[in-house]
Design a protein. Structure first.
Length: 230
């Protein structure tokens, strides 16, 4: 069983439309859509925005639906000049950029008393997603790199540069690392898929409404095609 999480309704609505044999269960104020998607048994859910919502959602997928892999689809701000609006980033790993326990000797971003700085995505899922993305989204580029997450919408160029300097992130958003963190604790493979909706700078507010729909279109195409091949 594959769990598919999007933070916002817009990120999963078109995926839900393609499902068959759907049953819906509400838990923790989230609607879990269980059914078939292009031949793949799935549970699709809108988690809500932010790290706590995303972590709660992921744990419910593990406990109640026994998912054996999780894909998080959504949009993000680019942290790399080569990555344009509309392009796709596939996570190599993720970390929480707003975690700071440096006073206790931990590297910036590492959660105290955990044995890893970042959470490594499943390489098989990533390789398959990369191949599929090139097939269904030939008009855009697909990148593999670190996704950094925090409970902040990044629109300050200074903060954007700080994220680049400290974490070498490819994109920034608000949920991926907590989904990865939960998957890591439960020992299940995951992949964070991010379509770029803005440049994570002072143009973000202006760009966001115009490019959000296009970015989501690319990620939905990828999710639908990926389910056919899993």
């Amino acid at each position: 069983m594959l769990g598919i999480i999007g933070a916002m309704d817009e990120e999963v609505a078109k995926v839900k439309e393609q499902m068959q044999d759907v049953t819906v269960v509400k838990k923790a104020s989230m609607d879990f859509y269980k059914g078939m998607l292009n031949g793949q048994p799935v549970v699709v859910v809108r988690s809500g925005i932010g790290k706590v919502n995303a972590a709660v959602c992921t744990q419910i997928l593990v406990d109640d639906y026994q998912v054996d892999k999780v894909i998080n689809t959504g949009i993000a701000g680019s942290l790399n000049a080569d990555i344009d609006i509309g392009d796709i980033v596939l996570s190599t790993d993720t970390l929480e950029h707003d975690m700071d326990a440096t006073n206790f000797g931990y590297p910036l971003g590492q959660i105290p008393r955990m044995d890893t700085l970042s959470f490594e995505a499943d390489s098989d899922l990533r390789m398959l997603a990369k191949k599929v993305c090139r097939q269904v989204n030939p008009d855009i580029e697909v990148f593999e790199g670190r996704v950094v997450s925090g409970d902040q919408f990044i629109s300050d160029p200074v903060k954007k540069q700080w994220l680049v300097d400290n974490f070498a992130g490819y994109c920034t958003e608000m949920e991926g690392a907590s989904i990865a963190h939960t998957a890591y604790l439960n020992k299940i493979p995951f992949l964070i898929i991010r379509a770029i909706s803005d440049k994570a700078d002072d143009s973000a507010s202006m760009d966001y409404p115009a490019f959000e729909a296009k970015a989501i279109e690319h990620s939905v195409k990828l999710i639908l095609a990926l389910c056919e091949q899993l």
